[in-house]
Design a protein around this ligand. Sequence first.
Ligand code: A2P
Length: 217
Amino acid sequence: GPLEEMSLPLFFGWFLLSSVQDKVRCTSMDFLKTLDTLEAFKKHLSDFTGKAEKEVDLEQYFQAKGTLHCTTKFCDYGKAPGAKQYTQNTAVKELYGSAFELSLSALFVTPRTVGARVSLTEEQLLLWPADPEEEAGSTSLPRGSRAHITLGCAEHVEPVQTGLDLLEILTLQQEGQQGEPIEEMELGSLTYYGEGRWLLTLREPICTPACFSSFYG
Ligand code: A2P
């Protein structure tokens, strides 16, 4: 029938309600604004500019794209491996269109992307595909480690990079690299992991309502 012939979406994911999107964007902008002014950040400015001493306005440096969401499965209209199987998953079928509460536990910034780490609950993990961490080559991180919201990308950087940047930081942590503790900020503690990788672990996770749905584009 016509339903079967419909192509699969570009991706499935949790879509933040528009009122909380603004709130999350403001929080991220405030963080970038503050990070910009820190001496520790200025010290490592060349990670972002390629040259020492040049100024960088992080709010301009990153471009926001589309509605804020946490991708579960990137289907690429059915062309991505495992796309069809994902749509046949019982949890995906049953929970499609349902409301969830996402917990944002950290913000991270690299020279390529800025994003929020999403800490998934057991129920939310039912909607997590089998292999996104392995696909990225991170075989030893727990399932759901890649869950994130892309908040912005540098020029010429695709949003898929945000999850890879997060996995890179989590891999460093798992390998026992504690990073350089920078300071306690109002929102939480800021750590530097080298090569322009900054992680702000939120003191209080940001809880945001989100709808599990799909995007065709
Ligand atoms: P993300 O989830 O990090 O934001 P695009 O606009 O480039 O087609 O991407 C649409 C969405 O799908 C974005 O949210 C993007 O990244 C995600 N995405 C794109 N490519 C992939 C991929 N290969 N694996 C996982 N997610 C992807």
